[in-house]
Structures are given as C-alpha cells and as structure tokens.
Ligand binder design. Sequence first.
Ligand code: TRP
Length: 327
Amino acid sequence: MKKRVYSGVRATGRLHLGNYYGAIKGMLALQDDYDCVFSVVDLHAITTPYSPKLLQRNIREVVLDFLAAGLDPEKCALEIQSQLPHTDLAYLLSTIYPVSRLEDLPTYKEKKAQYPKYVNMGLLYYPVLMAADILLYKADLVPVGIDQEPHLEVAREIARKFNSMFGETFPEPKRFKTNGEYIPSLLGKGKMSKTVEGSYISLVDDFNEISSHLAKAPTDTGVEGGEIPLEGGVANLFTLLKLFSSEVTIVAFTKEYQEGKIKYVELKKVLAEDIYKELKPLQERRREFENQPDLVDTILANGREKCEKMAFSTLSEVKDKMGISVL
Ligand code: TRP
C-alpha cells in the first residue's frame, strides 16, 4: 500500500508565500508518489477572531489557490475539514491526552498573547484536532512549515499512546520538510503571517502589489557594508532573494552589500520581478478555475467521497477498539 500524506491549510483567505513554501510546495512534491489528502481546515480557522459571513468565501479561496498551485485532483483528494468526522475522532483522542501538555505549547502561548480576549477552548484543543486530522487518514507524512513541529509532536504522542492503550492502529506521522519552509515577514520580525498586515505577499498579488509590499520592508542605510546580517529586514530580503532569484543576482547584490554600495530600490525591483515571474502561471491557472465553478464543485464532491471511505473506516476502528458501539 502507498504511504499516506495529509496536510491542511487554515481557511483564513487567500494564501501567501509563507503557505506556498511551507506547505504547498511539499504537497506538490508528494502528490505523484503518495496517497494524498489535502484539506482546507475551516474548524481550525474559527479558533481566532473571524467573520462568519466570510468563512465560506475564504474556504473557496484556499481551494482555488490549491488548484492554482498545481494540486492535481486526479492524484490527491481535496477535503473541507468540517465535512468529515474530524471532531468525532478529536474528541475520542482528547480523552487520552493531558491538558497540561497543551497549555505548555508555544503556539498556544503565542495565540494567547496575540488575542488575550479570545482565549477559548478551541484554541487549547487545536493540536488535538490537528492530530485527529492526520490520524483520521493514518498519514505517515505531513508537509507543513517548521512552526508546526510542536503540533506534530503532539500527534505522534497521541498515536503512540493510543497504540499502547488500545493496540497498534496509527503510524507516527513525520513532517515533510521543504526548502524555504520558513518565510520571514516583510516587516523584519517573525514569519510571514496572514494575521499580520503588511507581513506577506499573497499568491494573487500582481507586480505592482508585490512592489508596494516590498517597498515598505525595512532596510538599513546600505552604507555599513560587511557581512549580511542574520536577522532583520535586510536578512529577510536576502532570504527571499535566495528563494526567487538567480545565483548571479544573489552574488551581485551580496557583493554590493559587502562593499557598502547596495541600492535597496534596485534589489526590491529585481526581487518583485522574480517573485511575480514565479506567481504569474499560478494566477493564470487560478483564473481558469474561477471561471469554472461547476468543475471546482465536482472536484470537491469527488474528494469528499474518497475521504469519507477512509475517514469512516478509521473512526469505526477507533470506536470499536475503545469499546464504543460503532452502530
Ligand atoms: N496548524 C496548521 C497551520 O497553521 C494547519 C493544520 C491543521 C494542519 N490541521 C493540519 C496542517 C493537519 C497539517 C496537518 O499551518
């Protein structure tokens, strides 16, 4: 049997370069050789402040971005998390996992600090639901960004604990790493994030939008010279350059930096061109799918059907092993 792959993207609207490199590139790399399920995780999206009116539209945006990026519905099943029994499995798994471990997770602490008035049970439960997402499909490999490693550790702990209490059932899921899995924020601190305005470039941004985002990215005076810093605005621009631009370009700007001659306007212009060059084919493909809503609906219906078979089979097995009536 082929190994299973699962990954999910929160339904918070259109994807940005951080999602693209952290998760989507990995999904694309795996879809040819593995049995893949890729999900729009809407239930995770509602753990932080959101608009109920926009949720369905945001789910659709992620689906379109998946297809635009080149996920092939013939090779992988696309699912919308809330349509499958993830919460059923999550509840069952939550009964074997300690609250104290969840309270200690860095991701939970960060969200608590970010939304002090929105510290809800769902936020604490987030990693259990994520473990259920993965274990529902018995996935071995999970293409996600490095910031998700603590959550994957929870998934592995839950898998191990379940297997030891109720018999061998789940594989221990491993993260699939991609090149460029940590895309820094354009603001010079932290990662590119949908919830931090000005920090990201969206996959649908045109050349002018990309240029104006980059224009706001902080730099230094450009006259210090010496080695390129390891963190901050300039470091981040060079990280992006390494992902999108040619070796010749990188070497040239590095040399200019070292000689204290760098012109950031130039660097940002070249970078904007190179990012746009990569995104343009995606944007064209996106338009094709946007113009065929029925096709997208059919893709989702087929994905749902494929996922239901796998998901309900795992759920029945788990209930049975836990002594809960399956009927
Ligand atoms: N927590 C992930 C993120 O923020 C999204 C996610 C939810 C996920 N469930 C998942 C990723 C299962 C991989 C597998 O990026």
